[in-house]
Design a protein around this ligand. Structure first.
Ligand SMILES: C[S@@+](CC[C@H](N)C(=O)[O-])C[C@H]1O[C@@H](n2cnc3c(N)ncnc32)[C@H](O)[C@@H]1O
Length: 408
């Protein structure tokens, strides 16, 4: 077992009385108020009896944020994000077209990216939309950081308390982390590997990105349901690459309860939190901190290998190596399906879209997304040795079909 001080380095944290308290007990101790009034499995629409305050607890799979203050703040930011991404962004797109017309440029054909950015950069409506979007992002992380880092020892203890829970949890503090994985992707403070409680931050922060559509991992569950299976129907070993906190891996275990499921990630803090989630949910998923390009699993081992929005966050050379590694560990007839953002077709490169992609890349710390959007994953999969079924299925609406099989 790896103790939290091993991960953090000696003396990084002070021991506290809460150091061995598991999650529910920790919440009873803390600022979160009473917890829990029994396990709630209700849906978000359910009304609490008049005159009572909603207890902490959970909505189905989703454990509510630990304090009402933090929850209110995140709920506000979620609504604000929805307003920015839908209404404000639509007005900005209309204004972008006006600017193109004012400059005698076509609105129905792509223009060069640099020209689009140059034209739109100083437009007040563009600036307001970008600023509002970035502020929502900063405020989301800021609130989570304040709470979770403020209570860090307690949350580390919570993960430590379940380290003996059944399935494998393998942490490799000496893993040589590639430089490309050290960025603070989508400006998450500390990134995936630089913050020992990155799992809490990631889970609740990215949940905000889904704007209320993924409290119970609905997106990962639907994607897992749509995944193709090998032609012979055998699915007994599954590996999810870049699993983060294991939402997709757990959805795969739901769909294939008899399969041995592994979630792999470069980040120790993320798989550690994934193991905590699995223990709370009683789900039998194994977690390992390893590199997707060097998984250490035997040749031809897995029936199904997946990755869920991993590749737009790694450099293209790493994606090429990961596809080769996926080929090595997939058994003949087995399926590899990387689920990731679609490539940007030249015809879809409207000025406003180019401007937004640039803002995301530049200010939201998405160093690798533009390169992923311009690469050819089908070609890379074929080069790795896979044969492709380009007919389907689409695993996430709007995403490309990357249904790869290792030839028998
Ligand atoms: C956007 S997250 C994946 C989301 C996750 N699969 C889900 O179900 O929500 C990308 C993940 O890839 C991980 N990652 C990046 N480079 C990696 C590598 N070379 N090997 C394994 N994991 C990697 C990051 O640590 C991060 O957890």
């Amino acid at each position: 077992m790896i103790k939290r001080r091993t991960i953090l380095g000696a003396g990084a944290m002070l021991a506290t009385a809460a150091a061995t308290a598991p999650r529910a007990q920790a919440q009873q101790l803390g600022v979160g108020g009473p917890q829990p009034l029994g396990e709630r499995t209700d849906t978000p629409g359910e009304v609490y009896p008049p005159g009572t305050l909603a207890p902490r607890g959970r909505f189905g799979r989703y454990e509510r944020l630990p304090t009402l203050e933090l929850e209110s703040r995140q709920n506000f930011l979620r609504s604000f994000r929805r307003y920015v991404n839908l209404s404000l962004s639509r007005s900005a797109a209309e204004r972008a077209n006006e600017v193109l017309r004012e400059n005698d440029l076509p609105t129905d054909k792509p223009i060069p990216e640099a020209q689009a950015i140059e034209l739109l950069m100083d437009e007040p409506l563009m600036q307001m939309a970008s600023r509002a979007w970035l502020s929502a992002q900063e405020q989301t992380w800021g609130g989570l950081k304040q709470h979770y880092e403020g209570e860090m020892d307690r949350y580390l203890a919570e993960m430590e308390a379940v380290e003996d829970y059944g399935p494998v949890l393998e942490l490799n503090p000496d893993l040589d982390i590639p430089d490309y994985a050290r960025h603070e992707i989508h400006i998450m403070p500390g990134g995936y590997i630089g913050n020992p409680i990155a799992g809490y931050m990631y889970h609740y922060g990215t949940n905000g990105f889904y704007m209320g559509r993924n409290d119970n991992d609905e997106v990962q569950i639907r994607a897992a349901q749509r995944l193709p299976v090998p032609a012979d129907g055998k699915v007994l070993r599954i590996l999810d690459l870049g699993t983060s906190v294991g939402q997709f891996a757990m959805a795969l275990k739901d769909r294939f309860p008899n399969a041995e499921v592994w979630g792999l990630d470069v980040s120790g803090p993320l798989v550690r939190y994934g193991h905590l989630l699995a223990s709370e949910r009683g789900i039998d998923v194994n977690f390992v901190q390893r590199l997707a390009e060097d998984t250490k699993f035997p040749d031809n081992h897995f029936d199904l290998v997946t990755s869920y929005i991993l590749h737009h966050e790694v450099d293209p050379e790493a994606t090429r190596k990961i596809f080769e590694e996926a080929y090595r560990i997939t058994r003949p007839g087995g399926v590899f399906y990387p689920v990731d953002f679609p490539q940007v077709d030249a015809q879809e490169r409207t000025a406003h879209r180019m401007y937004r992609y640039y803002m995301d890349h530049r200010w939201n710390c998405e160093p690798w997304t533009p390169l992923w959007q311009r690469c050819n994953p089908q070609q890379l999969l074929r080069q790795a040795g896979f044969s492709l079924n380009t007919e389907g299925p689409v695993v996430l609406p709007g995403y490309d079909v990357l249904n790869a099989t290792k030839p028998v």
